[in-house]
Design a binder for this molecule. Sequence first.
Ligand SMILES: CC(C)(COP(=O)(O)OP(=O)(O)OC[C@H]1O[C@@H](n2cnc3c(N)ncnc32)[C@H](O)[C@@H]1OP(=O)(O)O)[C@@H](O)C(=O)NCCC(=O)NCCS
Length: 163
Amino acid sequence: MGEVTVRRAVEADEAALLAIELTAWDASSGFPSMTAPDRTAFFSERSGPDAHLVAELDGEVVGYVRLQDKYPFPEGAGVLSVNGLAVAGSARGRGIGSILLTAAGDEAKRRGARKITLFVHGTNTVARRLYERHGYVVEGTLPREFVIDGQYVDTHVLARHLD
Ligand SMILES: CC(C)(COP(=O)(O)OP(=O)(O)OC[C@H]1O[C@@H](n2cnc3c(N)ncnc32)[C@H](O)[C@@H]1OP(=O)(O)O)[C@@H](O)C(=O)NCCC(=O)NCCS
């Protein structure tokens, strides 16, 4: 087991994060459209380096978590969304997803957040177990929300309350 560190993302992480993004997701965890071969950018105007923490294993970027305000209006202040969490296939099963989720929780507390929320496919059992271990509970289910590879997929709304 090498050394795992977490830091804020910077523009120079673009290529490493895009490579992870294009291979990390499958039909049980994400959307096939996210990994379309013509996707050429990881960061976007809405979702730049500031929205990401990256994990490095022995100095190599192997994962990220995307943490953003859920709402653009003051009544929803304090609610953050984990809008992405992924670890490169070759680095999985070493607790790096867990380290990133802990770091996101710490960052949310640092920002004074009161709640972290996220969506997870009903089919994504690995991620659901991980979130449960971190204190996330199901606050709602959206039945048959997506059609992926011709199959209906339920989505769960998970949340962890920080106050
Ligand atoms: C979910 C994800 C981020 C977890 O990252 P990770 O670094 O493997 O997390 P952990 O090491 O804490 O392990 C998570 C689970 O995978 C299991 N695992 C062990 N070895 C593994 C391997 N080689 N490959 C995949 N999973 C493995 C772990 O045992 C653990 O299972 P458990 O919960 O029953 O103990 C990663 O699987 C991933 O990127 N998945 C695709 C994207 C995704 O689903 N994101 C979440 C969307 S809401």
